[in-house]
Design a protein around this ligand. Structure first.
Ligand SMILES: [Fe+2]
Length: 186
């Protein structure tokens, strides 16, 4: 499950309900999802979307999302570095950024207007919804692997708008989960 850190306060939160509470306080939704039917993490995208259709429909209704797809990022994905470079600088979107993690992990840094920057490391089972306009940036962990369901109101709304604040440079993209130790050993 997710790990939340508040680097400026030297604070870490591991307990899912406490993570959800903290994130709700800054306007970000966090939930843990279990599929209604069991599905393999490497199943075809259509099977993944079917297995989570109840939850996806609920989100679509509540958030006005119209489409869902599955993004599949692997170390050998072509153009991966260019793709990552688009999202590892502080930005916002006109649409919500909704991700449900199927496999792998990733690190969101969230920059609320009047609270310290929070790092949320997400992994399989975690759903995060970063609202439109909320400043954030994203890194993969050392295994450079993430598979996630994405929901959109309008795919065009997901274009990043950069702040160029440089604040992202003040935070190390450190993951603390399973992939952290291999990264140190490299
Ligand atoms: Fe983003």
């Amino acid at each position: 499950m997710a790990i939340l850190t508040i680097p400026k306060e030297n604070r870490t939160i591991n307990e899912p309900a406490a993570i959800a509470d903290y994130l709700a306080g800054i306007g970000v939704d966090y939930e843990i999802w279990e599929p209604s039917a069991s599905v393999a993490a490497d199943a075809p995208a259509e099977e993944i979307l079917t297995a989570y259709s109840t939850e996806i429909e609920k989100l679509k209704e509540g958030g006005g999302y119209v489409t869902a797809d599955v993004i599949d990022v692997k170390p050998q994905t072509q153009g991966l570095d260019e793709m990552l470079a688009k999202f590892n600088r502080e930005h916002w979107h006109d649409d919500d950024e909704v991700r449900f993690i199927i496999e792998g992990r990733g690190l969101f840094h969230l920059h609320p207007k009047d609270a310290p920057v929070v790092a949320v490391e997400v992994e399989a089972g975690d759903l995060i919804r970063v609202p439109a306009g909320f400043l954030h940036w994203f890194n993969l962990c050392a295994d450079r692997r993430i598979r996630a369901i994405r929901l959109f109101k309008d795919p065009a709304g997901w274009t990043p708008h950069y702040t160029a604040s440089g604040v992202d440079g003040d935070f190390q993209p450190l993951c603390f989960g399973a992939s952290y130790i291999p990264a140190l050993a490299q």
